[in-house]
Design a protein around this ligand. Structure first.
Ligand SMILES: NC(=O)c1ccc[n+]([C@@H]2O[C@H](COP(=O)([O-])OP(=O)(O)OC[C@H]3O[C@@H](n4cnc5c(N)ncnc54)[C@H](OP(=O)(O)O)[C@@H]3O)[C@@H](O)[C@H]2O)c1
Length: 345
């Protein structure tokens, strides 16, 4: 564990240098890691663990497209690819990577196979934190741990193949064996994390739900729409409105922020842009504060969990989601985006 100073605040983090892959392999040398679910996180974590030299099997419902995807990725039925329940039997570490709604439905089966000393691993604190709504209450004699990569499973895999990694949080909810800490850190390194920072299950889910509903997805799409619609209503063309709202951000400015920080990006824009952005940043911050306060309240009260569970447990949830996604796709702004991308050199 290294103490690192983040903007004046000290935190304990784990880096790959202090907890190298060889150590992770040693810690997990007798374990069979069963990846339950092969959606988005499943493939990223399973393939990275496999390529890093761990003993990994995949559990997935048969006769599905997802099963075929697992076969296409090199998992062999009867050897490294099994029906979910068989994988639960065989695994000593069960990485519970079904969708959050799927985790509720399948919980009685997983619970049956959580025998003494096994570890139950999540990539989200959702199921355990909102136990009143999910019914997920692990037995007392297993470790309950979490590694949550801060990004999509697709990026986790892509960055791994480039020799890089996504940062992940990690947490221990229950340390039944006394080995939960080394197990969870070894898994965090094994799945290909950048650095690991410690959290708890509740903080992980509160920050994660706030982030995705907020700046990462909900707020981002919302403010983009507001600006695009404004420019269009004032007579600007789709090209002008889209380039000024999305394309310049994704193709230029946000990459600079990722590389060098917001301060550097500001400092390298025109002084006209700097003056205006510095003034308007605070107005936007203050304007959205009440919405963020409502959002956090809705997350911490369990209201967001209730909405999500209700919606995603319905038999036709995929079709319903698809309808809303299609509306987004077919809006003028995002259709303009498709054209703009086609025209990129
Ligand atoms: N998406 C991400 O990149 C990301 C990032 C960080 C953390 N996480 C967390 O990682 C976990 C997995 O997320 P994900 O996005 O990878 O999930 P996902 O893609 O939605 O997971 C789908 C998987 O769950 C299975 N499944 C769904 N309902 C089922 C049921 N009732 N019975 C059996 N299997 C069922 C699916 O099988 P079928 O294909 O057969 O339906 C598929 O294998 C979640 O806790 C999530 O919060 C995800």
């Amino acid at each position: 564990m290294a103490k690192i100073n983040f903007g004046g605040v000290e935190e304990d983090v784990v880096t790959r240098e202090e907890f190298p892959l060889a150590k992770a392999r040693e810690v997990l040398k007798d374990e069979t890691i069963a990846i339950l679910g092969y959606g988005v996180q499943g493939p990223g974590q399973a393939l990275n663990l496999r390529d890093n030299g761990f003993r990994v099997i995949v559990g997935q419902r048969k006769n599905s497209k997802t099963w075929e995807k697992a076969v296409a990725d090199g998992w062999v039925p009867g050897e490294t690819l099994f029906e979910l329940e068989e994988a639960c039997q065989k695994g000593t570490i069960l990485q519970y990577l079904l969708s959050d709604a799927g985790q509720i439905a399948f919980w009685p089966t997983v619970k049956k196979h959580l025998t003494k000393g096994k570890a139950l691993y999540f990539s989200h604190g959702f199921g355990v934190t909102y136990k009143d709504q999910t019914g997920i209450v692990p037995p007392a004699d297993v470790d309950v741990i979490l590694v949550a990569p801060k990004g999509s499973g697709t990026s986790l895999r892509r960055l791994f193949l480039e020799g890089k990694g996504l940062n992940s949080s990690y947490a221990i909810f229950q340390n039944a064996t006394g080995k939960a800490e080394e197990r969870v850190i070894a898994l965090g390194i094994g799945v290909g994390s950048g650095y690991l920072f410690k959290t708890d299950f509740k903080k992980e889910v509160f920050s994660d739900l706030t982030g995705e509903r907020g700046i990462l997805m909900g707020a981002l799409a919302g403010v983009m729409e507001a600006q695009y619609n404004l420019l269009r209503s004032k007579g600007h063309s789709p090209s002008e409105a889209f380039n000024e709202t999305v394309e310049e951000l994704t193709e230029s400015l946000i990459k600079l922020v990722g590389e060098n920080g917001m301060d550097w990006m500001y400092a390298n824009c025109s002084t006209t842009a700097q003056r205006g952005a510095l003034d308007w940043k605070n107005r936007f911050r203050d304007a959205v504060k009440p919405v963020f306060d409502q959002l956090y309240e809705s997350v911490s009260s369990g209201n967001e969990a209730r909405i999500t569970i209700e919606a995603n447990s319905k038999a036709d949830y995929r079709e319903k989601l698809q309808k809303e996604l299609d509306e987004l796709k077919n809006s003028e702004m995002w259709k303009t985006g498709t054209k703009v991308r086609e025209l990129r050199p």
